[in-house]
Write a protein that binds this ligand. Sequence first.
Ligand code: TRP
Length: 329
Amino acid sequence: MKTVVSGIRSTGNLHLGNYYGALRNFIRMQHENRCFFFIADYHSLTTHPNPKDLYPNVKNVLTEYLAAGLDPEVSTIFIQSDVPEVTELYLMLNMHAYLGELSKTVSFKEKARKQPENVNAGLLTYPTLMAADILLHNPDEVPVGKDQEQHLEMTRRFARRFNNFYGVEYFKEPVAYSDGTQMIKVPGLDGSGKMGKSEGNCIYLIDDAKTIQKKVMRALTDQGPTEPNSVKPDYIENLFTIMQIVSAPETVAFFDEKWNTCEIRYGDMKKQLAADIIEAVNPIRERILEINANPAILHKAVTLGKEKARESAGKTIREVREIMGFRNF
Ligand code: TRP
């Protein structure tokens, strides 16, 4: 059985893109691996969030992940700041992380450009904290998106460097998680390639039926094709792609046929699409509301996660201290 570690950003509500992209993979992989999933609240400090937002952000993300099906009994789900061992490993790894490589990181350069008034050391050492998150549980694989590949590469380098420096074979060099399935990319409702928070083209898991209907009905369409079997423009193709994700194959085939014969009625297609999205999202939404009404569910999940994560983390810290030469008096 493989060990898998992944961090989750502690901001924003989850949308269909998150759900069908990363989250459904997490839900699937938790049954086949020893999984650690945590909410990266320490990492959020690099951009100086308002203290008032910290708790609600973490709570929101945790609620939505649990509601969608991450199971605290099956995998280890925890809050990064509940496991202080990570800060110690971060400190230790920082002794072997160099200014040159850290300042060359793409994410650092980007953030430094975006917030020139706040280029703090935490931002510079973001990759070391991420490496500490990962190496703390010595995993085989880490599910990461494209934008995190460089960080994972640095994690491997830090692991290798630690092993070489201390003459041990302690840390594994974790690779990107892959189970052979393609990551599903959900397009936007506005004809753009990707559903994303900053693009403002999202359907959120917390959206109610009315909101979803409104968003889908507003999606860009046109007069319809005039030539049989024509190529679909991007904004129409996108609606079909979302339909392929949420609807039955017969439904997609039905509207595809209507497109090909120039008989498509976008109003009907959108109604069907909205209904199918609502059916997919509604159970999650209901579960979110249920968790909101029962704070004990979160308390129990977080307490269990913390306990399991600290057990694994404590073992690593003891061993790393030993390797580095720390001794008890
Ligand atoms: N940096 C990741 C992101 O922005 C979140 C993250 C923090 C993470 N620590 C991690 C991901 C460890 C995987 C493993 O999405």
